[in-house]
Design a binder for this molecule. Structure first.
Ligand SMILES: NC(=O)c1ccc[n+]([C@@H]2O[C@H](COP(=O)([O-])OP(=O)(O)OC[C@H]3O[C@@H](n4cnc5c(N)ncnc54)[C@H](O)[C@@H]3O)[C@@H](O)[C@H]2O)c1
Ligand SMILES: O=C(O)C(=O)C[C@@H](O)[C@H](O)[C@H](O)COP(=O)(O)O
Ligand SMILES: [Zn+2]
Length: 353
């Protein structure tokens, strides 16, 4: 078992342990005393893990209800949030009660947003089951949903009461989503740890996944503790995301998964900062090679004009400017602010460069 303490406005623990999903109730009792718990999950995860979780919660004496939505990013919208609110009201969830997010990042972001806003805020617990959610989305309190105009454009910062990570759940995660999660792992290497980046070159079969999860959440914990509401340092976690989010929006959240879009974004942005002379030559290729090892895409045929237009609605743009995250070297990132009018030209790098 590995434990980390997160020292944000609400303090909480991240606990990583094989099989912990079968003991959720006991861990929740240690941090809170709700009467009712509403489990929010998607259709895939429901079929695999709801029974174990609900049994554990009931054994600990909680009254349990469950809300299940259709799995996938296209469900991450206000219609689902509204249905969650109705479920909470129909099941008499009060301010003393709690939501448990069981699933990937889509579940965690929406369940967290419902918790942040229902009755002006109730507690929630993260039980992430995808690699992406275990290394990234379950920690740090960013919650929200997508609208057609842009990714995660509605949201709130709302920290969980505890994060319970069970690496055993990854045994059922489809290959595509294991790779998807690796994109965020590669991101941590790029922005904060050249050592992690080198380690990833071993390939997934050689990695101790529990150790990788621990390294990633430690990096994220350190960043969000310093800058919970993203006024500076936390922006680094958005490396690859300005372009990534633009691509997700262009394809209406259907063609590319979040990690796939971020992989393309990291490579494109680094090609641009190489052209600019900021990142050392060859950095984008190193990132692309690592992404390819994990079957992640590194290129998209969308017009740069469309990407730049879509990026205007990203939260990192403000007024006439947009913040971009660029690498001084692998493991060392910085935020650079540029005029939105220059962004299209900046990311327009001929293929052979
Ligand atoms: N809040 C944050 O800080 C943050 C960080 C990164 C990403 N995100 C968000 O997270 C989302 C992506 O997360 P995701 O990749 O987990 O997507 P997801 O929640 O859609 O999960 C991916 C797929 O895996 C399935 N799944 C999950 N766990 C499983 C398991 N153990 N076994 C079998 N199937 C399983 C899901 O049903 C789904 O089909 C995006 O919306 C992204 O914006 C948020
Ligand atoms: O926690 C953060 O901060 C991140 O930026 C993590 C990202 O991986 C994540 O995709 C996040 O949702 C993107 O932030 P957003 O504010 O652009 O939605
Ligand atoms: Zn992300």
């Amino acid at each position: 078992m590995k434990k980390l303490k997160v020292n944000t406005g609400r303090k909480y623990e991240i606990i990583i342990d094989r099989g912990i999903i079968n003991h959720c109730g006991e861990y929740i009792k240690k941090v809170s005393s709700p009467t009712r718990i509403a489990v929010v999950t998607d259709s895939n995860v429901h079929a695999l893990y709801s029974q174990s979780v609900i049994t554990s919660l009931k054994q600990s004496g909680f009254i349990v209800s469950e809300f299940v939505f259709k799995a996938g990013e296209t469900s991450k919208n206000f219609r689902t949030i509204e249905a969650i609110y109705s479920h909470l009201a129909d099941n008499n969830i009060t301010r003393k009660d709690m939501i448990l997010a069981l699933g990937g990042g889509v579940t965690g972001d929406m369940a967290g947003f419902a918790a942040a806003t229902y009755l002006r805020g109730i507690e929630f617990v993260q039980v992430p089951t995808s690699l992406l959610a275990q290394v990234d989305s379950s920690v740090g309190g960013k919650t929200g949903y997508d609208i057609p105009q842009g990714k995660n454009l509605v949201g709130a910062f709302w920290q969980p009461s505890v994060v319970l990570i069970d690496p055993d759940t990854l045994s059922t995660l489809p290959e595509r989503y294991l790779n998807d999660g690796m994109a965020e792992v590669i991101k941590y290497g790029c922005i904060k740890s050249a050592g992690l980046f080198r380690l990833l070159k071993k390939g997934r079969d050689e990695l101790d996944i529990e150790n990788i999860i621990h390294r990633c959440v430690s990096i994220k914990r350190d960043v969000v503790q310093k800058d919970e509401k993203e006024s500076g340092e936390r922006k680094l976690l958005n490396f690859g995301h300005t372009i990534g989010h633009a691509l997700e929006k262009i394809y209406e959240y259907k063609k590319l998964s979040h990690g796939e879009a971020v992989a393309i974004g990291m490579v494109m942005m680094t090609k641009a900062s190489e052209k600019d002379g900021y990142s050392p030559k060859g950095t984008a290729n190193k990132i692309a090679e690592l992404c390819e090892m994990y079957n992640l895409p590194t290129h998209d045929d969308s017009e740069v004009r469309d990407i730049a237009f879509a990026a205007q609605s990203d939260k990192k743009s403000s007024g006439h400017n947009i913040d971009v995250v660029i690498l001084k070297s692998i493991g060392d990132a910085t935020v650079s602010t540029m005029d939105l009018r220059d962004f299209q030209q900046y990311i327009d790098v001929p293929e052979e460069v």
